[in-house]
Design a protein around this ligand. Structure first.
Ligand SMILES: C[S@@+](CC[C@H](N)C(=O)[O-])C[C@H]1O[C@@H](n2cnc3c(N)ncnc32)[C@H](O)[C@@H]1O
Length: 236
């Protein structure tokens, strides 16, 4: 997501600093101990401006929501949303998801949300897709058995490619739909989703559940991604 540098970014971040986990690696293996009283910890990857983050937190006050975002100018908007709503069960991590393995121990997370991640359509960039096997294995490391990735996208080629990655990596797929809102809005929408919904773009969604067969980083080097270009067809 390309965003212009926001004025007063540092000041705005400072004003929300109680919501920021300044050194997430320090919390590795200790999240439950450091944030006691929550039933589960859910991780949203690439929260953007945080419409989904704030709503999911508001509806699930017994869950700690951790939102990771690598673009500060987007994350600060999410932080302000959460602060203005007075929500106590959200913390933000200012980092790239590539480093998740250093932030979380095995089984610390019960659910991962992947909402409208960037498609990286060129084959040579497929490794950057947040549903590439290397990422899926890092999610498998940190998720409980029975924990799930909730994945939504507007992008049909990305959805189909991701679905085959989940299957190849041993995830159990549930609630697969090619048009989530076909009969009216379902669940909590993200900022991107509300825009696509208004344009009539079908939203694709699935839940990928971790089982005993799901590959994690102990499975070794992930497969090389060949012929992985995505067409630019989005909503067919
Ligand atoms: C297309 S936007 C979607 C934002 C939000 N999830 C939504 O649906 O409205 C993708 C977001 O993911 C973030 N992102 C992409 N790759 C990331 C990564 N490796 N680590 C952390 N954030 C990432 C981007 O900075 C951007 O804010």
């Amino acid at each position: 997501m390309r965003m212009r540098k926001k004025p007063n970014l540092d000041l705005r971040l400072e004003n929300c600093s109680e919501l920021l986990v300044s050194d997430p690696k320090e919390n590795c293996g200790r999240w439950r101990e450091l944030y006691p009283g929550y039933e589960e910890i859910h991780l949203e990857i690439g929260c953007g401006k945080g419409r989904f983050t704030a709503e999911v937190a508001e509806k699930n006050t017994r869950v700690l929501i951790l939102a990771i975002e690598k673009v500060q100018s987007a994350m600060v908007m999410a932080m302000e949303r959460v602060q203005n709503a007075g929500l106590k069960n959200v913390r933000f991590i200012d980092a790239d998801a590539v480093g998740l393995g250093e932030m979380f121990a095995n089984g610390e997370i019960a659910r991962v949300y992947l909402n409208f991640c960037d498609p990286w359509p060129k084959s040579r960039d497929a490794k950057f897709r947040l549903t590439a096997p290397s990422f899926l294995r890092s999610y498998a490391d940190i998720l409980l058995i029975g924990g799930a990735i909730h994945f939504k996208t507007d992008n049909l080629p990305l959805f189909e490619w991701s679905k085959s990655m989940f299957e190849n990596e041993g995830w159990s797929l549930q609630a697969v739909t090619m048009n989530l809102h076909e009969n009216g809005p379902v669940g909590i929408m993200t900022d991107y989703e509300s825009k696509f919904y208004a344009e009539g773009v079908p939203i694709k969604r699935l839940e990928a559940v971790k089982t005993e067969l799901t590959k994690d980083t102990s499975a070794g080097v992930p497969p090389r991604l060949r012929n992985a270009a995505l067409s630019d067809a989005r909503n067919c």
